[in-house]
Write a protein that binds this ligand. Structure first.
Ligand code: PXP
Length: 252
């Protein structure tokens, strides 16, 4: 089965928050994302609400149910009681539990199993009892996939950052092998496989045949690329609005 693309809209929320008004609009961004052919939407609320706000999560769930029935909302979050309360109230199609280190800029590691296994299992049980599909963020290590299954998750989301940043053919091959081995071990343990972090149109190619792959969650590189390809159009529109011609290029 071909993998689905769930687009993470955190960067849209970050831009919105920088002005304190509703632009860009998160629901309009979801609509554009889905019209372009993406399969699902991911939101990642954090306790400090620095990008997605708590209120965005029920708003998005309602919007999708009304306008895009059948499209899945994936909510990534840590298992803090406030966030657990939020996802239990909203009941998205999937909750991806992510461990958080205070001060981190973005998620940069999977759950540390077996050390955090009992804690993860408790949170998974709460969500499973509410009928939710649960995924957990995991470093690409084949030896711990059985422990994720023991914790009760339906899927793992393999952390692809080290693969995306690898430089040189040998490092890329090593990171890819780690992802493949971990994905194969997850499948053997009865788990579905999601993956994400710093993926883009080039580095996803080698992930096409990742064992058990169901979904890729992608945000940052997509936002950067949209900025790159959209900027020229935006400047031309602005110059048009001003009634002036583009400056000749190149200029000294
Ligand atoms: N998965 C998790 C757990 C994340 O925290 C993030 C970033 O919010 C992603 C996937 C998506 O990563 P990126 O924004 O680099 O595409």
């Amino acid at each position: 089965m071909a993998a689905r693309l769930s687009v993470n809209l955190n960067k849209v929320a970050l831009l919105r928050n920088s002005r304190g008004r509703g632009v860009p609009d998160l629901l309009a961004a979801a609509d554009r994302t889905l019209r372009a052919g993406a399969h699902g939407i991911t939101l990642h609320p954090r306790l400090d609400q620095r990008h997605v706000r708590f209120t965005d999560v029920p708003d998005m769930a309602r919007f999708l149910a009304r306008t895009w029935p059948g499209v899945e909302l994936n909510v990534e979050c840590e298992d803090h009681p406030d966030l657990m309360e939020l996802v239990l109230a909203v009941a998205p199609a999937q909750v991806t539990l992510v461990p958080v280190t205070p001060g981190e800029v973005t998620s940069d590691h999977g759950w540390d199993l077996p050390r955090q296994g009992a804690r993860l299992a408790r949170s998974v049980r709460l969500l499973r009892d509410a009928g939710l599909r649960v995924s957990a963020f995991a470093d690409p290590r084949a030896d711990v996939m059985g422990r994720f299954a023991d914790a009760g998750v339906h899927r793992v989301e393999l952390y692809t950052g080290p693969y995306a940043w690898a430089e040189g053919a040998a490092d890329v091959a090593n990171e890819l092998r780690a992802l493949r081995d971990a994905a194969a071990a997850a499948v053997s343990a009865g788990l579905g496989v999601n993956a994400g972090h710093d993926l883009d149109a080039a580095n996803v190619v080698a992930l096409r045949d990742l064992p058990g792959l169901v979904e890729l969650s992608i945000g940052h590189a997509l936002a950067v690329r949209a900025w790159d390809v959209g900027y020229t159009v935006a400047i031309r529109e602005l110059l048009d609005g001003m009634g002036v011609s583009p400056a000749p290029t190149p200029r000294s």
